[in-house]
Design a protein. Structure first.
Lengths: 186, 182
């Protein structure tokens, strides 16, 4: 696959890639953009090469995930080096203030994003790949670099944990998750 | 994958999230172009360093060539210049090789340069030979005129008599005067 052909394919998956990068970067838009740019750079320089062993989308997501992890480690080291305050170090931790920035989000969406941030990374990744990117569990496992059994376990636990977190926040907000899901039961 | 109940709810939430992200996503062209720009900027320092290294090597080579040339030209001239005043009659003047007029061929110039070098070499050899001979003469003179520091202790008043031979026409009486008295 030559670079022009690859560029066209990448353009097709660009929005999905950005969504995945956002998920890998704890919803940090600037960092996600940086990661995506680095991924394209890797492709341009030939450091990341598609060999057709998996689908392009799966391969691309795996590259994004790896790049995001590298960038995260690099940023963390940089922050530790300059000995910034603990508040700055834990910038990636979920914070309510950063969630509602540019978009007109519903209250439920805000709670959902917060709940996602409370999930362990693996579980969040599994849910994102299946529900957001419409990948199968096998493809999700390929992207995450784990076995399909492990991916399924992350997926199931993620769903359970997400439900728990949403229920807890609903209590805080005075809204019932189960009631919304199944209004007849209330 | 067939979604049921809770999964459909999660799916709906993710769909909403996806729509919001799509709105906020940067343009592909922008990200791609910036990546391409980074590729170029990443390459340029490498090119610059390569060019700098090549330039440094070039300068070093040129300096070495110039130095070796100047050494070849200056060292025989200096040597002969140092020796020349001591033997004006032996050393041929270095300017005897005529300067080549402009317009002569490269081969002739090369030949002239070779001749000049040969003449310089010969002059240098002659100068060294002469210097060696002069040193030998000086040493021989010094040896021949050497006197022992204890030679005066061996000298006496009768040295002239002892060192001289009697004449054939000298009388015996006169000879007796040299004999010790009994």
């Amino acid at each position: 696959m030559d670079i022009a052909e690859l560029k066209a394919e990448l353009e097709q998956y660009h929005a999905a890639c950005f969504g995945w990068a956002l998920s890998c970067c704890a919803r940090d838009r600037a960092e996600a953009e940086e990661v995506l740019q680095t991924v394209y750079l890797k492709i341009l320089e030939g450091k990341a090469r598609f060999r057709g062993e998996a689908s392009l989308k799966t391969w691309l997501f795996a590259v994004i995930r790896k790049t995001a992890a590298t960038e995260y480690r690099r940023n963390l080291l940089r922050k530790l080096r300059v000995a910034v305050s603990s508040e700055q170090v834990s910038k990636r931790e979920p914070a309510g203030g950063e969630v509602d920035a540019a978009f007109d989000r519903s209250e439920e969406q805000v709670r959902f994003r917060l709940a996602l941030q409370h999930l362990p990374a693996r579980q969040r990744e599994a849910l994102h790949l299946v529900f957001y990117e419409d990948l199968s569990l096998r493809e999700a496992a390929d992207v995450m670099g784990v076995s399909i059994g492990s991916a399924r376990q992350h997926y199931e636990r993620g769903k359970k944990r997400l439900r728990e977190v949403l229920e807890r926040t609903e209590v805080d907000y005075g809204i019932s998750w189960r009631g919304k899901e199944n209004p007849g039961a209330v | 994958m067939e979604l049921v109940g809770e999964e459909k709810k999660i799916q709906a939430l993710f769909s909403e999230l996806r729509l919001a992200d799509q709105v906020a996503a940067p343009s592909f062209a922008g990200v791609w172009n910036r990546a391409q720009l980074r590729t170029r900027t990443r390459l340029s320092p490498l090119n610059f360093s390569l060019a700098a290294a090549a330039f440094a090597v070039f300068v070093a080579v040129v300096a070495l060539v110039l130095w070796s040339n100047s050494r070849q030209q200056t060292s025989p001239t200096n040597h002969t210049a140092a020796v020349t005043p001591a033997m004006p009659s032996v050393t041929p003047p270095l300017t005897t090789v005529p300067t080549q007029p402009k317009g002569i061929s490269d081969e002739e110039q090369r030949r002239a340069a070779r001749n000049l070098l040969a003449a310089r070499f010969a002059a240098r050899q002659r100068a060294e030979l002469l210097a060696a001979r002069r040193a030998e003469i000086r040493d021989a003179t010094a040896i021949s005129s050497w006197q022992s520091p204890t030679a005066t202790l061996l000298s006496s008043q009768n040295d002239a008599l002892l060192n001289s031979l009697p004449q054939l026409n000298e009388s015996a009486k006169e000879l007796k005067s040299f004999l010790p008295n009994k």
